[in-house]
Design a protein around this ligand. Structure first.
Ligand code: G6P
Ligand code: ZN
Length: 525
């Protein structure tokens, strides 16, 4: 039962959170009081009035962890049963129950297990990750979390909740469940396959797709990260079984991937398509959209939709946290990132199940007007209307930090006045460089400035190549190169073919091989 002890911890190197909280090898977390020290940092950094009397939500993807909860005068902990809460569900719980913040124990899509990664994310009501590691004395208390109900301890209480209920209640107010249900009964041959039923999204997926919407239960092996490489089992099944809508989500349920047996929807296209249909098809958006947004490396497809609908479009740095301020200010409804994150202002996180439901809702809606509308026909119609933003990303994982940093420093130098002469005006594989810069974001709401968010090379025909280092890798550096080309006429090319000259140009401009020794990327998405 409850034991409250005072423990003093020591400072640790490298507890500064990355793109999405703290992510390290499990062995690092196993150092004595490492986790407690970081969690203490979260509480110490809580905005005024601080942790005194606060309510904090705790959940995760069920990876083994030994986190104990520091005291700090916190009045209440709300915990998902068995320690389970998907990242989007935690955000829903924080907002519904007006908690002050939430701690999610997960390394998201990074591989789990003793040899691999563990992580801690901290979210406030508007989604910002503010945690900073600090040396502090703190208390701890032990509570069990396998039975729903409230337990009282000296000075604080712990409420264990059904991890699915709040989320399902919210999601049912967003989408047209009746329309999806009638579409399913009228199209008995429509095949949905959702990969994630074994992960933390399992209980959510089952409750929503199977119990609420009546789709048959279909299980495939759990996917570590939803992309074409890591979700290969899903991709194989989707092709072999002629699946109409295949979807995957990651370990903590915030990412998604949308495919069909004859099409792969890039995340950049997915968010643009959802924005295109939202007001007509999805009840939550019937009152109109407030604005649209994407992260900088995400393709510009959604900008075209914003322009057509006369909406504000924002370009923010990589990291979901940048969308929160815009949402709180009532200027943003739908946003997404090329890194398989899509979502809206219903919560302050990206939301994998939300994206799958958005697609189901849109397919059901499109079939009312045009029977037989499929993922492919819907995307193709979109490309005919707006043109196609071909997009690919090359990842070079676990590169030696020194070479990667030097490569980025050189690119930054080129992006500065004077340096640009080396590339601006030059032609690489048929593409002439118009501009090079180092992306800087000026938050229009709180006026904070985020510098060094990625080097952009923009060509005369609006094609772009972008270079940045990942903020979510747990060791070494991950170099990401994002390549985009807009085409109004040729709409059915293979993306890798369409982008090959630009990829070669990017490698030449960056001298990647010379700096990193890498000839080929680890992952292409
Ligand atoms: C996490 C963040 C996203 C980000 C992604 C990739 O999922 O929540 O906002 O786009 O990681 O980040 P990275 O720094 O590794 O490119
Ligand atoms: Zn995740």
């Amino acid at each position: 039962m409850a034991s409250v002890r005072s423990i003093s911890t020591r400072p640790f190197e490298g507890q500064k959170p990355g793109t999405s909280g703290l992510r390290k090898r499990v062995a690092v977390f196993k150092q004595e009081h490492y986790t407690e020290n970081f969690v203490q940092g979260i509480f110490t950094a809580m905005p005024a009035p601080g942790p005194q009397g606060a309510t904090v939500v705790v959940g995760g993807d069920g990876r083994p962890s030994s986190a104990s909860a520091p005291g700090n005068g916190i009045a209440k902990f709300i915990i998902g049963q068995d320690g389970i809460l998907s990242t989007p569900a935690a955000s829903a719980v924080i907002r519904k129950r007006e908690a002050d913040g939430g701690i999610i124990l997960t390394a998201s899509h990074n591989a789990g297990g003793p040899e691999n990664d563990f992580g801690i994310k901290y979210n406030t009501r508007n989604g910002w990750t503010r945690a900073r590691g600090r040396h502090r004395r703190h208390l701890r208390g032990h509570a069990h979390y396998f039975r729903v109900g409230t337990q009282r301890f000296e000075g604080f209480e712990v409420e264990v909740i059904d991890p699915v209920a709040d989320y399902v209640e919210l999601i049912k107010t967003i989408f047209d469940f009746e329309l999806i249900k009638s579409f399913r009964t009228e199209h008995a041959d429509f095949k949905l396959l959702f990969d994630g039923l074994n992960g933390v999204t399992g209980p959510y997926g089952r409750r929503i797709f199977v119990e609420e919407l009546g789709f048959p239960e279909t299980l495939v092996a759990r996917t570590p990260d939803p992309n074409l490489i890591y979700a290969h089992k899903l991709v194989e099944r989707v092709e072999k079984e002629k699946i109409d809508l295949g979807a995957a989500s990651d370990g903590d349920g915030d990412r998604n991937m949308i495919i069909s047996h004859d099409w792969f929807v890039t995340p950049s296209d997915s968010v643009a398509l959802i924005a295109e249909y939202a007001e007509q098809a999805i009840p939550y958006f019937k009152g109109g959209l407030k604005g649209l947004a994407r992260s900088m490396p995400t393709s510009c497809a959604i900008d075209l939709v914003a322009k057509a609908k006369n909406l504000e479009a924002f370009e923010v740095p990589t990291g979901w946290k940048f969308f929160g301020n815009l949402m709180d200010a009532g200027r943003l409804s739908i946003c997404g990132e090329e890194s398989f994150g899509t979502g809206s202002d219903h919560i302050r996180e990206k939301d994998g199940i939300w994206a799958v439901l958005a697609w189901l809702n849109i397919i059901a809606f499109a079939n009312k007007g045009k029977p037989g509308a499929s993922v492919r026909s819907i995307m193709s119609e979109f490309h005919h209307k707006y043109g196609r933003n071909y997009f690919t990303r090359y990842d070079y994982e676990e590169v030696e930090s020194e070479g990667a940093n030097k490569m980025m420093e050189r690119l930054r130098g080129l992006a500065q006045e004077g340096g640009e002469n080396e590339v601006v005006g030059q032609t690489f594989h048929g593409y002439k460089v118009a501009k090079i810069d180092d992306f800087e974001y000026h938050d229009p709401i709180d006026h904070s400035v985020s510098k060094k968010q990625g080097v952009r090379v923009i060509f005369e025909d609006t094609s772009r190549v972008i270079f940045r280092l990942s903020g979510t890798g747990s060791h070494g550096a991950t170099v990401r190169i994002y390549i985009e080309r807009y085409d109004r006429k040729e709409l059915d090319l293979d993306a890798q073919v369409a982008l090959k000259p630009l990829v070669d140009g990017a490698l030449e401009i960056s001298k990647l091989e010379a700096f990193t020794g890498r000839k080929v990327p680890t992952v292409i998405t």
